[in-house]
Design a protein around this ligand. Structure first.
Ligand code: HEM
Ligand SMILES: *[C@@H]1O[C@H](CO)[C@@H](O)[C@H](O)[C@H]1NC(C)=O
Ligand SMILES: *[C@@H]1O[C@H](CO)[C@@H](O)[C@H](O)[C@H]1NC(C)=O
Ligand SMILES: *[C@@H]1O[C@H](CO)[C@@H](O)[C@H](O)[C@H]1NC(C)=O
Ligand SMILES: *[C@@H]1O[C@H](CO)[C@@H](O)[C@H](O)[C@H]1NC(C)=O
Ligand SMILES: CC(=O)N[C@H]1CO[C@H](CO)[C@@H](O)[C@@H]1O
Length: 329
C-alpha cells in the first residue's frame, strides 16, 4: 500500500513543475496588456537609434540573466547593504548600461498602461528579440508569462557564466549542464557578430601570449597590429575596447563565423571554436550558410528564453525591475 501512495504523491507534486512551462503562451498579455509588444518595440527602436550599442548590450544581458538563476530578471536587482546582487559580480560589471536602461524605460511606460501586469523577465526576452531583429538578425516568437525571480546573488554568478579564458571543454560542460548541445552553444555564440569586448578580455593574446611570442601567431597579423594599437593603454584606460566582429560590427549576420578561420576571432574562446574538432564543423556550416545560422540561433534563443523560468510559485511581477516587491512595502 505504501508504495503506490508515494507514487501518487510524487505525481501530484510534479504537476506544478510540469505545468510551469506550458503556462507560457504567445498571447499571454492579449487581454491584460494588449499594447505590450508595441510598447516594447517603440522603446527599443528609439533607444537603438540614439545608442547603437544597445542591441549588443541587451543581448549579452539576456544571456547572462538566463545563465544565472534562469531567465527571471535576477540580473536587474540592485545590491543593498544585506545583499550583493548578481549584477555586481565581477563578470557582470562590464555589462552595458544600455540594456538596463531600455528595459527600465519599457517597464515605466508599461506601468502607466497596465500596472503590475508585465514581468521584467518578459520585457527583457522580447526587447532582446526585437533588437536582434532590428540590427539584421532573425525574428523568432517568444512565449510569455515568465515571472521575476526572488533571488539575486553575486555569489551565484561565478561558475554559471563562460569566461573568455575557459577552454572549449569547460564551455561545452557548462552549456551541457544547462541542457544545451555543442551545436546550440556555437549558434548562440554567434551573438558575437555584434558588440565589443574590453581589451582586458583578449590582451594576453596581444602582449603576453607565450615566452617565445608576445602575440598569438594565429591572429591575423594586420588585425593583431591594429588591436595592439587600440589596447596599448588598456591598463590605464580600462574602457578601451574592440569590436567582436571587425567587418560588420553593428550588423547581425554570419560574418563572425567567416572571420574565425581567417584569424579574426577576438577572444581566445572565439578562436578556439574554429580549432576544436567538436565545434569547427558548426563554425564552417554557419560561415557558409547564414540561413542555417539564423534558424539555429532562433531555436537556441527560444530554448534559452525558457531556461529556469519562474512561475507564480517561485516568482512575482516586480513593480520595479531593480527591486523585489517585498522590500518596498
Ligand atoms: C560561450 C562562451 C562565451 C564567452 C566566453 C563570452 C565572452 C564574452 C566576453 C569576454 C565579452 C566581452 C565583455 C566585455 O569586455 O565587456 C563578450 C561580449 C559579448 N557577448 Fe559573449 N561570450 C560567450 C557567449 C555568448 C553568448 C551565448 C551570447 C549571446 C547569445 C553572447 C553575447 C555577447 C555580446 C552581444 C557581447 C557584446 C556586448 C556589448 O557590446 O556590450 N556571448 N562575451
Ligand atoms: C580565468 O580568469 C579568471 C579571472 O581573471 C581567473 O579567476 C580564472 O582562474 C581563470 N581561469 C582559467 C581557466 O584560466
Ligand atoms: C596613451 O596614453 C597616453 C598618455 O595618457 C596618450 O598620450 C596617448 O595618446 C594614449 N594612446 C592611445 C592609443 O590611446
Ligand atoms: C542553406 O540552408 C538552407 C536551409 O537548410 C537551404 O535551404 C539552402 O539551400 C542553403 N543554401 C545554400 C547556399 O547552401
Ligand atoms: C498557471 O496559470 C494559472 C492561471 O493563470 C495559475 O492559476 C497557476 O498558478 C499558474 N501555474 C503556475 C505553475 O504558475
Ligand atoms: C574590476 C572590478 O571593478 N571588480 C569589482 C568586481 O566586483 C567586486 C565585488 O562587487 C569588487 O570588489 C571588484 O572591485
Amino acid at each position: 500500500m505504501a508504495v503506490p501512495l508515494r507514487i501518487l504523491l510524487l505525481l501530484f507534486l510534479s504537476i506544478p513543475f510540469s505545468e510551469s512551462k506550458s503556462n507560457l503562451s504567445f498571447d499571454y498579455y492579449k487581454r491584460s496588456c494588449p499594447n505590450f509588444e508595441k510598447i516594447v518595440r517603440e522603446t527599443i527602436t528609439t533607444k537603438q537609434m540614439s545608442n547603437p550599442a544597445t542591441a549588443a548590450g541587451t543581448l549579452r544581458l539576456f544571456f547572462h540573466d538566463c545563465m544565472v538563476e534562469g531567465c527571471d530578471a535576477s540580473v536587474f536587482i540592485s545590491s543593498n547593504s544585506f545583499n550583493t546582487a548578481e549584477r555586481d559580480a565581477d563578470v557582470n560589471l562590464s555589462l552595458s548600461g544600455d540594456g538596463y536602461e531600455v528595459v527600465v524605460k519599457a517597464k515605466t511606460t508599461l506601468e502607466l498602461t497596465c500596472p503590475k501586469v508585465v514581468s521584467c523577465a518578459d520585457i527583457l526576452a522580447v526587447a532582446t528579440r526585437d533588437l536582434v531583429t532590428m540590427v539584421g538578425g532573425p525574428y523568432y516568437k517568444i512565449r510569455l508569462g515568465r515571472k521575476d525571480g526572488l533571488v539575486s546573488k553575486a555569489s551565484r554568478v561565478e561558475g554559471n557564466l563562460p569566461r573568455s579564458n575557459m577552454s572549449i571543454t569547460q564551455v561545452i560542460k557548462l552549456f551541457a549542464s544547462k541542457g544545451f548541445s555543442v551545436q546550440e552553444m556555437v549558434a548562440l555564440t554567434g551573438g558575437h557578430t555584434i558588440g565589443f569586448s574590453h581589451c582586458i578580455e583578449f590582451s594576453d593574446r596581444l602582449f603576453s601570449y607565450s615566452k617565445k611570442q608576445a602575440t598569438d601567431p594565429e591572429l591575423n597579423s594586420k588585425f593583431a597590429a591594429g588591436l595592439r594599437n587600440i589596447c596599448a593603454n588598456h591598463t590605464i584606460d580600462k574602457t578601451m575596447s574592440a569590436f567582436n566582429d571587425v567587418f560588420t560590427p553593428g550588423k547581425f549576420d554570419n560574418m563572425y563565423f567567416k572571420n574565425l578561420p581567417r584569424g579574426l576571432g577576438l577572444l581566445a574562446y572565439d578562436h578556439a571554436l574554429v580549432k576544436d574538432p567538436r565545434t569547427k564543423p558548426f563554425v564552417e556550416l554557419y560561415a557558409t550558410n547564414q540561413t542555417v545560422f539564423f534558424q539555429d540561433f532562433s531555436l537556441a534563443m527560444q530554448k534559452l528564453s525558457i531556461h529556469g523560468i519562474k512561475t507564480a510559485i517561485n516568482g512575482e511581477v516586480r513593480n520595479r525591475c531593480d527591486q523585489f516587491n517585498s522590500i518596498q512595502t
